[in-house]
Design a protein around this ligand. Structure first.
Ligand code: ADP
Ligand code: ADP
Ligand code: MG
Length: 665
């Protein structure tokens, strides 16, 4: 076994490789870009080397720098993870030329599978079933159109060099062909520096089922069963599971044999994945081979009890495969969900920012979290916005689904938009629950997956308010402990100061709905009135922003995270976001609006509400400031008009700054 391995990657996969290496007593060297100087993979590794600026091209894709780092740190081998240089034959070659072991297949195997067209030609000769199509050299547009006509519409145009779901176009009729081909070529040239394409029959409602294969340097090849990755969004995997629902022993054996034949045909060594597209009738066809560890390899690990990175290291060090085919068996069912910093409601646009709060489900025999980030870390625009992979296992698929729903409900992220609630709905949707899988599932279940936004339940409003009161109480208690007179009435948050006739009020806004709750301080808690209905409330805040509450005798466990003026209430698997509004400056609060024309404290202008020159009533909202963890609405001190705003949205204002030129009349 090697004594030192360099990991030429970042994020969760770098952390995951480090974990196994450490268990095997192998020293690890991380590489990182300037943007990742304090990243989790750097913190975990025994050693770390900076290899360049944030841009991947100048760091994680800079083979020369990485090889130099490996040599300088005394590493004997390089683990490339997935993505980046993992399927780059020049890099694998350069490693060998520098006397380093590339932990992956031989250069010839990477080359053979690097082009989808060439790989299909090779597989055809090896007797592996293919999707009907054209994967030859002729790239003439007229010829390709004629081939498509022969294959029969619809067809799929694919970039030969493609990957990651990019460079694909579905064409449903002859008239659309020329434009689709041109656009596919442009995308292929831009993304892969190679505009060659192949044509495939486009299968309707297919499943994506792939086989994990493993070879060693002694010529042994086994398969470690299948993974079903049919649940995709724009040809990219979202949920993956093993085994594939409905798989029979006969079909598994046939697909396993085809995958092992494919691997043997290219002299495969190490971990690889043979991807098949499966028709509604169960017929399977070779799609491509990925010559690396796959993102979703953990589901295979969970059902086999094996560590595939350990197998990779052993095979790369020249050892034989640890187990033979007949020693391998499936135990239970595993599902993986890819947790991304992206906004499902905005077309899954990636989101960046600091992870202000991050709590993850407890890991156990049933639950695994592979992540490259911790609370306080940042999701930057430089790399893939994956936050983590959440993997669960149980005896049956049904129980694994239940575990997944539970674990997703315990996964709480504040600071970036994320797909956690979307994933929960996906796992809960009837088609997924019934294992009615195919690549069109997400599109078909659109209405279930994107429900009209629901108003927060009463319990969520109460949780936001109670957490606020408990935090105030804790702050007052802390101040009292520091003070000479701990019994001073100023330290009690029981409304003594403010209850001169007027009850305490808390205002929160969710979307367009703002609610003001009045608070009465009673023995051992509060009486909260919202929507004209009062509820006795008490509870405590535990570490990790956890609220244990009792609302009128009903116990509730929620997580309430305060981030600036936002209060994120995680309740029953949903996240409700409220803005805390300072009631003194809020319209309709009566009084208090006087003098509200200046900034009450340093902050930022977040909205200009009133229209210039349009008459408003006294107390009407003019603009909104964000300051001191709250939103403050600046209201009209009298009936009149705004002549001008002195600041634009996004500008910072100092304490006491004049905000509005207002003319009363
Ligand atoms: P799979 O491995 O299952 O085929 P994908 O194709 O979605 O899954 O994932 C691999 C892709 O992820 C790479 O081809 C690349 O586009 C992207 N990627 C590359 N490097 C990283 C990385 N370090 N972290 C996350 N994603 C990466
Ligand atoms: P990539 O290299 O981007 O992973 P693949 O060839 O593996 O490209 O295809 C990605 C996805 O596109 C598949 O998982 C499947 O959902 C869809 N797909 C690929 N080929 C076909 C086909 N012939 N018919 C229907 N869908 C397909
Ligand atoms: Mg693929």
């Amino acid at each position: 076994m090697f004594d030192t391995v360099l990991i030429a990657n970042r994020g969760e996969i770098a952390c995951r490789v480090i974990r196994t290496a450490r268990r095997l007593g192998v020293r690890t060297v991380a590489v990182y870009s300037d943007a990742d100087a304090t990243a989790r993979h750097v913190r975990l590794a025994d050693d770390a080397v900076c290899i360049g600026p944030a841009s991947a091209r100048e760091s994680y894709l800079n083979g020369e720098r990485i090889i130099a780092a490996a040599r300088a740190s005394g590493a004997q081998a390089i683990h490339p993870g997935y993505g980046f240089l993992s399927e780059n034959e020049q890099f694998a070659e350069a490693c060998a030329a520098s006397g380093l072991v590339f932990i992956g297949p031989p250069v010839a195997a990477i080359r053979a599978m690097g082009s989808k067209s060439a790989a299909k030609a090779l597989m055809e000769r090896a007797g592996v079933p293919l999707v009907p199509g054209y994967h030859g050299e002729n790239q003439d547009a007229g010829f390709l159109a004629a081939e498509s006509q022969r294959i029969g519409w619809p067809v799929l145009i694919k970039a030969s060099a493609g990957g990651g779901g990019k460079g694909m176009r579905i064409v449903r009729s002859a008239g659309e062909f020329a434009a689709a081909l041109a656009s596919c070529r442009r995308e292929a040239a831009a993304s892969f520096g190679d505009d060659r394409v192949l044509i495939e029959k486009y299968l309707e409602r297919p499943r994506h089922i792939e086989m994990q294969v493993f070879g060693d340097t002694l010529g042994n090849v086994v398969h470690l069963f299948e993974r079903d990755c049919s649940v995709q969004r724009r040809h990219q995997k979202v949920l993956e599971e093993a085994p594939a629902p409905g798989m029979t022993a006969t079909r598994r054996a046939a697909m396993g044999k085809a995958a092992v034949d494919a691997a043997k045909a290219v002299g495969y060594v190490g971990a690889g994945t043979v991807e098949f597209i499966v028709g509604a009738d169960g017929t399977f066809h070779f799609m491509e081979m990925n010559t690396r560890l796959q993102v979703e390899h953990p589901v295979t690990e969970m059902i086999t009890g094996l560590d595939l990175v350990e197998w990779q290291l052993r095979v790369a060090a020249g050892e034989p495969l640890p187990l033979a085919q007949e020693q391998l068996a499936i135990r239970g069912h595993a599902i993986e969900a890819r947790i991304y910093a992206e906004d499902p409601d905005k077309g899954f646009l990636p989101s960046t920012g600091r992870l202000l709060h991050l709590s993850t489900p407890a890991e156990s025999l049933h639950v695994r979290v592979d992540t490259g980030v911790e609370e306080g870390d940042e999701i930057t625009p430089h790399y893939d916005p994956m936050i983590a992979k959440l993997i669960v296992r149980d005896d049956t698929r049904e129980r694994a689904c239940a575990r997944m729903l539970q674990a997703l409900a315990q996964y709480r992220v504040v600071g970036v938009a994320n797909n956690i609630e979307f994933l929960s709905r996906l796992v809960a949707c009837p088609a997924f629950a019934q294992a009615d899988l195919d690549t069109g599932l997400i599109e078909r279940e659109h209405d279930f997956l994107f429900p009209a936004t629901t108003e927060p339940p009463r319990e969520a409003w109460l949780s936001a308010a109670l957490a606020e009161l408990l935090r105030e109480q804790a702050a007052a208690d802390a101040a009292a402990r520091l003070d000479a007179d701990p019994h001073s009435p100023w330290h009690h948050r029981d409304g003594w100061r403010v209850n001169l006739g007027a009850p305490r009020r808390l205002t929160f806004r969710s979307g367009d709905v703002a609610k003001t709750m009045s608070v009465a301080y009673v023995d051992a808690g509060y009486r909260l009135e919202v929507d004209g209905q009062a509820t006795a409330a008490h509870g405590e805040m535990l570490p990790g922003s956890q609220l244990r509450a009792d609302f009128g005798g009903n116990r509730t466990a929620a997580t309430v995270v305060a981030a600036n003026e936002r209060r994120h209430v995680f309740l029953h698997g949903h996240c409700y976001v409220f803005a805390a509004i300072d009631p003194l400056y809020h319209a309709g609060e009566g009084g208090g609006a006087e003098g509200g024309m200046t900034a009450p404290m340093p902050g930022k202008v977040i909205a200009l509400v009133a229209k210039i020159g349009v008459r408003v009533e006294k107390g009407a909202p003019l603009l909104i400031l964000e300051a001191m963890k709250m939103e403050h609405t600046i209201c009209a001190p009298a009936t009149g008009t705004v002549k001008a705003f002195r600041y634009a949205v996004g500008e910072q204002v100092t304490d006491g700054a004049e905000l509005v030129d207002f003319e009363a009349k």
